[in-house]
Design a protein around this ligand. Structure first.
Ligand code: KG4
Ligand code: ZN
Length: 361
């Protein structure tokens, strides 16, 4: 009998449930996306997100159980995202999980959403180029620790050192916008729509990344040992966003619209090139300083093709990316993280509250 986890994720704008065996095998992975709803408004509106979760959660959990052909009796535990995220969204998933645990006498495991993005790498998935598949294989076959994980999403930009399962040391984070948020804001400036990351990537394909000089992190000062959460590992994206804004302002028509001659694809390409350089440079500093065996890149922005190319050029077979479907928010990754927590004996009681500002480490 496998150790089977039912996992639930409702931290932002996806209502998701999955059934995961042994922290690795995806039996089902159902996602009801609210992207269409939020596309109309150019972003996520908390009240609407929460209401949509309430409507979707029951059918999504049922679909996950049905697709996995899992009986309630076959479950070992229920894992659910308890934070960070939108309070009104988190509470929908947490209450559903508690209800199931109460009715079926199952253990409850609260999972940090960021931990989920990290553990998405442990999931079995057959897509991915050879070095990526190799990196994922290593996670299972040998101890991959210490490793550094870069989590890049619409809400997060975090660099985390792991010395073992469940051991997290936050090395650095963004001091202003999350990187996905910067992609989304610049896409809006350029009239490219929401979500901005894929739109910028697409526009950048026909653009010149050298045309505009966006700022880069300062050159690393060698391999000296640095304190955790020193500037060395911090990110900042507001400068790049402001730079894009200035370029756009130069191309505004008398009627307030973006001029047709605006170099949209060149701005997109130059922005994307600079931002991905930041991500690679800071990750490389941490990888060198701590002598890591693996580099894990997760979260929505890790779907970015240029970022993948640069990371692979820098770290070779040591770098791992989840397949694109597991980069954005999903419940399978919560099931993988939940499994490793379960195996470490972690249990939460039914009084567990949501933790909208939960930190890692
Ligand atoms: O992890 P995720 O689905 O949700 C959060 O937890 O935020 O990440 C969503 C973010 C959005 O900001 C989106 O623009 C960005 O990931 N994203 C990308 C790409 N695909 C999604 N950013 C850059 N390039 C992409 N290909
Ligand atoms: Zn996420």
């Amino acid at each position: 009998m496998p150790t089977r986890i039912l996992a639930i994720e409702t931290s932002c704008d996806e209502t998701a449930a999955a059934v995961i065996d042994d922290g690795r095998y995806i039996r089902s992975n159902i996602i009801a996306s609210q992207t269409d709803l939020h596309q109309r408004y150019g972003g996520v509106f908390p009240e609407m997100a929460s209401r949509a979760h309430v409507e979707a959660i029951g059918p999504v959990i049922q679909a996950a159980m049905a697709e996995a052909q899992a009986s309630w009796d076959s479950l070992s535990a229920v894992a659910v995202t308890k934070g960070p995220g939108l309070p009104g969204s988190l509470v929908v998933g947490v209450n559903a999980a508690k209800g199931i645990c109460l009715a079926r006498d199952l253990p409850l495991i609260g999972v940090n959403h960021l931990e989920g993005h990290i553990y998405s790498h442990w999931l079995e998935a057959d897509s991915g180029a050879a070095p990526v598949a190799l990196a994922r294989q290593r996670l299972h076959s040998a101890s991959p620790f210490p490793l550094v994980a870069l989590i890049v999403s619409g809400g997060h930009t975090e660099l985390v050192l792991m010395r073992g399962h469940g051991q997290y040391q936050l090395l650095g984070h963004t001091v202003d916008d999350a990187v996905g948020e910067a992609f989304d804001k610049v896409a809006r400036l350029l009239n490219l729509g929401y979500p901005g990351g894929p739109a910028i990537q697409k526009a950048a394909e026909s653009g010149d990344p050298q045309r505009f000089k966006f700022s880069r992190p300062r050159v690393s000062l060698g391999t000296k040992t640095v304190r955790a959460t020193s500037d060395e590992y911090m990110f900042s994206f507001s400068g790049a966003k402001t730079h894009a804004l200035r370029l756009v302002q130069d191309c505004i028509n008398a009627d307030g619209g973006l001029a047709s001659r605006a170099p949209v694809s060149d701005i997109a390409a130059s922005f994307q090139d600079a931002v991905t350089d930041w991500l690679v440079e800071k990750t490389a500093r941490a990888a060198d300083a701590f002598g890591v065996k693996a580099v894990l890149v997760g979260g929505g922005v890790s779907a970015n093709r240029l970022l993948r190319e640069k990371m692979t050029a820098r770290f070779g077979a040591a770098v791992s990316f989840p397949p694109p479907a597991l980069c954005t928010d999903n419940a399978a990754m919560i099931g993988a993280a939940g499994y490793y927590a379960f195996m470490r004996g972690i249990r939460d009681d039914l009084g567990m509250d949501v933790a909208p500002d939960l930190k890692l480490g």
